[in-house]
Design a protein around this ligand. Structure first.
Ligand SMILES: C[S@@+](CC[C@H](N)C(=O)[O-])C[C@H]1O[C@@H](n2cnc3c(N)ncnc32)[C@H](O)[C@@H]1O
Length: 246
């Protein structure tokens, strides 16, 4: 299962970061012309780029950094140092700042890398961690490390009992934070994610031909299927999204 997830990201990110159609899609759907693989609409990206206090003395750790777009923008605008960690081959990650480095590694082995970030950013990556509590304890043990965790909760099966887990203080991530005794604030981005699915579908469907010409019709179809699923989850009250600030 884990290998399948890894293969899926490897294939998707390797190919889509060479796709002009996907870059055009990202610009329209996310409001920023950069390769992104997450559920952050423009308001959430604006938060990351404008509201996280950062300067040259900071080190940002981007856990599950994907191809590095967000880390590149943060290091460029603030002069901070950056560390991106992901399981992608290093050839698929392009960090531009001389003060940014890439670790080809596993979030579950975080302690081995002995990192000392002042800011840790996780954008849609915590779903893939085997031991969330262990990771959170390690991150919180780093002095002065501020955490910004973007997390969606999805109920793939309909169940009234589970509906409670959509509340900010009851998601899988919130439960792990509570178990670790970590206090947090949240920003509710559920409506943003719901609207992002609508915008994504529009931006995608007008580019079906462009994806096909590039030989990426399979990736187009996969992305469309994911987007439709996301829409259905919101339409049926089975999804929520929050930023956890710790
Ligand atoms: C949904 S993507 C988000 C990528 C990026 N944060 C963004 O916003 O575009 C999740 C990322 O987590 C990475 N990932 C998944 N499991 C991982 C693990 N155990 N250790 C490190 N990275 C992992 C994937 O390779 C992928 O790049």
């Amino acid at each position: 299962m884990e290998d399948a997830v890894k293969r899926e990201f490897d294939n998707k990110i390797k190919r889509l970061t060479k796709s002009r159609a996907y870059l055009d899609f990202c610009e329209e759907a996310y409001g920023y012309r950069m390769y992104l693989f997450n559920m952050t609409d423009k308001a959430q990206l604006d938060f990351i780029f404008r509201e996280i206090p950062l300067d040259a003395a900071d080190t940002v750790l981007d856990l599950g950094c994907g191809c590095g777009s967000i880390l590149n923008a943060l290091t460029k605008q603030s002069g901070c140092a950056g560390v991106g960690l992901d399981r992608l081959d290093s050839g698929d990650v392009a960090l531009h700042s001389p003060s940014a480095s890439y670790i080809h590694g596993d979030m579950d082995d975080l302690a081995a890398y002995r990192l000392q970030p002042t800011v840790t950013l996780c954008v849609d990556s915590l779903y893939f961690v085997r031991d969330l509590q262990k990771l959170l304890r390690q991150l919180c043990a780093v002095p002065h490390n501020r955490l910004y965790l973007f997390y969606s909760q999805y109920l793939f099966e309909e169940s009234a009992a589970d509906a409670q887990t959509l509340r900010a203080e009851r998601t899988t991530l919130a439960c792990a934070l509570n178990a670790c005794g970590v206090s947090y604030q949240t920003i509710d981005y559920s409506e943003n994610e719901r609207r992002l699915y609508e915008a994504s579908l529009r931006a995608l469907e007008k580019r079906a031909g462009a994806f096909e010409k590039e030989g990426n019709l399979d990736l187009y179809q996969e992305k469309r299927k994911e987007t439709l699923l996301g829409q259905t989850l919101y339409d049926t009250g089975r999804a929520s999204r929050y930023l956890y600030l710790c």
